[in-house]
Design a protein around this ligand. Sequence first.
Ligand SMILES: [Zn+2]
Length: 341
Amino acid sequence: MLRYFYLLLAFLQFHQALSAQYLNKPSPVDKPENFAAVVTFLSSGYMEGREAGSRGASLGSDFIALMMQINGIDPFGDRKSWFQDFKLIRFRNEKPEPGESEYNDSDYFLEGDTTITNASQLIDTLPVRNVIGIIPGNDTSKSIVIGAHYDHLGMRNGLIFYGADDNASGVAGMLSLAKKWVSSGEKPQYNLIFCAWTAEEKGQLGSSYFVRNMGTKTGKVLICFNMDMISRSAPEDTTGRQISIGTLPFSEDLRLMAKEINLRFERPFEFDLWDVTGHTGSDYRFFSEAGIPVMTFFSGYNSDYHTTADTSDKIDLRKMSDILILVDEIIRKVLRNSYGN
Ligand SMILES: [Zn+2]
């Protein structure tokens, strides 16, 4: 009889150890086939490379709004829609060189920008839109922004720049994070504002417009999470586990959260933690310049970056899934810790 008692005891200990091991393992934010489908559709030929202001970008923005609607995310754009509409002005090259575009990415500005100097060139206006949804919090006076740009380079010389990693991956990730909140039925402590930015490739103009015009509508923005390219690895990254995370110098708490969560992965990431101060590379820019804490995620420059070969068949679903777990868990930690109070 004593034999059975010891056997049972041994089994219980074994069981407990195993449970702890499994319970502590983070569970995926969404099924990989779901975000893979979103990346694939956004970077398909239908979307024609999603250049800001183009037919393809318009189709992309409609699709993102539809996904927000299907997933039960409330509209946070203009006139109770998911869209925030505004205009860019662009200066046209009067005499483009053969093969050169009539427009250069650096010649786009927000309408009404007073810092413009090259006003002598021919001017054109271009309607564009951000796509924005909200999950209201218990305390609606504070918000967390979770964003990713959906625009890309469009078509050049008849070739489509698909932009799967850059940045259909970030948009798909943002939508999956939002979907998890809604499907869990959990109400976040603060508003979660989910944004798909336009015109990042033309100088982060979509997120710039949002920051300039958010006024009091968002309440206090505690932090902006940004995902720009989260599904590939740099050629020199032999393990495929490197990620780059940018924050402001004072955000040691955020870096610690990332390190803690990282220990729970079967294969932890190799972090490249860097300071975004003075950097203008993605949509964290205008938030950090406004003194708002940011956390920007990037999986590395792959060899197809800004070429027509950035296609959805190459995305690393395992890596992307783990990055989403990391972002999701950090957001939850930030909410629990009454961050920014
Ligand atoms: Zn990008």
